[in-house]
Design a protein around this ligand. Structure first.
Ligand SMILES: [Mg+2]
Length: 224
C-alpha cells in the first residue's frame, strides 16, 4: 500500500526547461547576446555540472551560481568582473523565477493523490528557499513537506537522500512511491533505497526497458 508519494520538482511538477529558455531569451540580450537553442543547451550543461558540486556540499549555492557564470560568460563572449557575478546572476534569476510555471497536469495529480489518501511531499535537488518559493508561486500551498540537500545534507542520486527523507517523513521506504522525470535520480536511486518508483517520461525518450513509466501525471492513479 502506498502511504506517501514523493514528487520531484523541476521537470516533474514545474516546467524548469521552459522557464530557463524564457529567462535566457529575455535576459541574454541585456548582455548583448542572442539566445539560441545551443546557448540554452550550454547554459543547462554548465548548470548541471556545478549543481552536482553543490549537491555534494563542495560549494555553497551562491558559489555554484558564480561558477556557472565564470564558465558561461566567456563561452558566449561576455567579459565580466568577478565582483559583479552575483548581480549578473540576479538578472537571470528574476526572469527564471517570474516565469516558473507548473505543468498543466501537476495540480490535479497532487490533488488526486491527496484525495486518494497518501501523503504528498517533494524531494528536490534545488535549494530549500528557491524550491519552496517555486511551490508557493505555483499554488502548491498544501505541500508542506519539502526535502532538499540543504536539510538532508545529501542529494539525489545518492540513495541516502531517499532514505533520510522517508525517515524524517516517518514512512517506511517500501510504502513510498517516488515520481520524477530523471530516471537515474528519481527512479533508480529511489529503488536502491527501497522505495517504489515510477518514471515520468514526458518526452518519451526512455529508457524503453523501464516498465514503471508514465507519459503524464494523469496516469499516476494506476500506481496508488
Ligand atoms: Mg527533475
Amino acid at each position: 500500500m502506498v502511504r506517501g508519494v514523493l514528487f520531484d520538482l523541476d521537470g516533474t511538477l514545474g516546467d524548469h526547461e521552459a522557464s530557463v529558455t524564457a529567462a535566457l531569451t529575455a535576459w541574454l540580450p541585456s548582455l548583448g547576446v542572442t539566445c539560441s537553442a545551443a546557448t540554452v543547451e550550454l547554459w543547462e550543461e554548465i548548470a548541471e555540472r556545478h549543481l552536482v558540486a553543490w549537491g555534494r556540499r563542495e560549494v555553497t549555492f551562491s558559489e555554484q551560481r558564480r561558477r556557472r557564470l565564470r564558465d558561461f560568460l566567456p563561452a558566449v563572449g561576455v567579459a565580466y568582473e568577478w565582483t559583479a557575478l552575483d548581480e549578473v546572476f540576479a538578472g537571470y534569476l528574476t526572469h527564471y523565477e517570474a516565469g516558473y510555471q507548473a505543468y498543466d497536469d501537476a495540480a490535479a495529480a497532487v490533488a488526486a493523490v491527496a484525495s486518494a489518501g497518501p501523503a504528498v511531499a517533494v524531494l528536490t535537488n534545488g535549494s530549500a528557499v528557491q524550491q519552496r518559493g517555486k511551490l508557493t508561486r505555483m499554488g502548491f500551498h498544501d505541500i508542506a513537506t519539502v526535502f532538499t540537500p540543504d536539510d538532508l545534507g545529501v542529494a539525489k542520486p545518492d540513495p541516502d537522500a531517499f532514505r533520510l527523507a522517508c525517515e524524517r517523513w516517518g514512512l517506511e521506504p517500501g510504502s513510498v512511491l517516488s515520481v520524477g522525470d530523471n530516471h537515474a535520480f528519481d527512479v533508480l536511486a529511489a529503488r536502491a533505497a527501497g522505495l517504489r518508483a515510477v518514471h515520468l517520461d514526458r518526452a518519451g525518450t526512455g529508457p524503453a526497458e523501464e516498465r514503471q513509466r508514465i507519459a503524464t501525471l494523469r496516469e499516476l492513479g494506476a500506481y496508488l
